[in-house]
Ligand binder design. Structure first.
Ligand SMILES: [Zn+2]
Length: 192
């Protein structure tokens, strides 16, 4: 199940960056395209670089110029405590991290918990809830991501090829909303 959703997420990342760029840009003809690998200030930056500009720290992640603070926040959301909140044992099994990210407890606790649910005949209901919760999160993340992209639409994008692209056109709100609605409807339709 989670593999399918992970695949879905990857699909979004690549396809949607392109799609959103086109929507944000408005008109193709108004795109300005500078030399390969250079930002506005003619500094060379590539994937993983960190630099200061406009009083903020920036980096290039997945080919897109991003504000560091945002990335830090996203990272903190995945920090795992040393001990399982449920059984208080140190989480050192390699399965602990992926299980903690979803269930907020260690692998063994999840196994025990699911065994209890099976005995009580509630396992299917529980699986459905996990899948639907994950889709709800995906929808929430997607909306946040779109908003972020819209807010930085006047910034430079660094494409996968390292080109810097600056969009001059206006955001096509109507088309963007239509697109977001389509993606959300699709994700909702995956619910069980
Ligand atoms: Zn535990």
């Amino acid at each position: 199940m989670s593999q399918k959703i992970a695949g879905l997420k990857k699909e979004f990342q690549e396809k949607d960056v392109e799609r959103l760029r086109n929507l944000i840009q408005g008109k193709h003809g108004e795109k300005t395209h500078s030399s390969v690998g250079f930002t506005k200030k003619e500094e060379f930056h590539e994937e993983g670089d960190i630099w200061e500009s406009d009083g903020r720290s920036w980096t290039i992640k997945d080919g897109i110029k991003q504000n560091i603070t945002k990335l830090d926040k996203a990272k903190k959301a995945h920090i795992m405590p040393l001990m399982c909140p449920k059984c208080k044992k140190v989480m050192k099994n390699r399965n602990d991290k992926p299980f903690y990210n979803i269930h907020k407890m260690c692998f063994n606790c999840v196994v025990d918990f699911e065994h209890e649910l099976q005995k009580a005949g509630k396992f299917k209901e529980y699986q459905r809830k996990i899948k639907n919760d994950e889709l709800d999160n995906r929808i929430k993340e997607f909306k946040l991501w779109v908003n972020e992209k819209l807010n930085e639409s006047n910034e430079s994008f660094v494409s996968e090829a390292g080109d810097v692209e600056k969009w001059v056109g206006k955001v096509n709100i109507e088309k963007t909303e239509e697109y977001v609605t389509g993606v959300v409807e699709y994700l909702e339709s995956l619910k069980v």
